[in-house]
Design a protein around this ligand. Structure first.
Ligand SMILES: O=C(O)CCC(=O)C(=O)O
Ligand SMILES: [Fe+2]
Length: 272
């Protein structure tokens, strides 16, 4: 009967899976798709190059659009942040993740935004947002959404390769990574030049307590994913998103944008 026989608490829909629902045959079949050729690189933070992994004969290439701020929060702050988050309900989400959202209610397909129950970013984030704006790349960064995600190896948590929306969400995607080191995998389904036979992947290390920013090509052209094998312990992250020009001064939806900015920057939020 239903393709989705869920007897367990999981939030997966359609092609998404996690360890809890893969017991279901229909879901297991989805796991068998394999890519023909894959070109694997790792990102080198010093040189900002994507460097071929051992045994790979490809050339390194420049990889712009990634910024990493190591030790962005202290161990003590990390503990405080996670303790605060754990006082709120974690809601089941796709692919074995759980989430908490502080932001407007959005229908991306219909391109509709409502304030909904949005009451602002959480109080504890005020000092984080102030701190991040000390970095020139983020000097004018005004987030209007914070999404907390929790990943667990027990649930096989992951996020499939995707591009974030770029109608409502602006240039910079800013993520604070807590509790575990992980790897974010940036990919292009189809390579170029002598790598035109398959997918190109660039693995970027995201250390525990670091702030990670995607912008430019790495945000708009390369998909990003967290693979299951890179979730080695409980991982919690907070992603901060800003508005596009359409919702800012002089834009068509400036009024709504300015309401969102006012609410967000009250830092009195509870999850929606
Ligand atoms: O877990 C992460 O660091 C990435 C999450 C993500 O890509 C998203 O929520 O759109
Ligand atoms: Fe994303």
């Amino acid at each position: 009967m239903a393709a989705r026989q869920q007897t367990v608490n999981c939030g997966c829909k359609g092609i998404r899976t996690c360890l809890l629902c893969e017991a279901n045959d229909d879901k297991r079949q989805l796991l068998n798709k394999k890519d023909s050729v894959r070109y694997d690189f790792t990102y080198d933070q010093e040189s900002k190059l994507a460097v071929p992994v051992c045994g790979n004969i490809q050339q390194a290439f420049p990889f712009p659009g990634v910024f990493l701020w190591e030790n962005f929060v202290s161990e003590k702050e990390e503990k405080e942040l996670v303790t605060q988050m754990d006082q709120n309900i974690w809601r089941e989400s796709q692919s074995g993740r759980r989430k908490q959202d502080f932001g407007p209610k959005v229908n991306f397909k219909k391109r509709r935004v409502r304030l909904g129950g949005f009451s602002g970013l959480p109080a504890i984030s005020q000092k984080l947002v102030n701190r991040m704006t000390k970095e020139p790349l983020l000097a004018d960064f005004h987030p209007v959404e914070q999404c907390n995600l929790e990943y667990s190896p027990k649930r096989g948590s992951a996020i499939d390769p995707h591009l974030d929306d770029s109608w409502l969400w602006g240039e910079r995607l800013v993520t604070l990574n807590l509790l575990s080191d992980t790897v974010i995998t940036l990919s292009l389904d189809q390579g170029w030049g002598d790598m035109d036979r398959g997918e190109v992947r660039v693995a970027v290390n995201m250390p525990r307590r670091s702030l990670f920013v995607l912008y430019g090509e790495a945000r708009h052209r390369w998909k990003h994913a967290i693979c299951r094998e890179h979730v080695l312990g409980r991982r919690v992250c907070s992603t901060f998103r800003e508005l596009t020009a359409e919702f800012l001064h002089g834009g068509e939806q400036e009024k709504l944008g300015s309401e969102l900015l006012d609410i967000a920057s009250s830092f009195k939020g509870v999850p929606v």
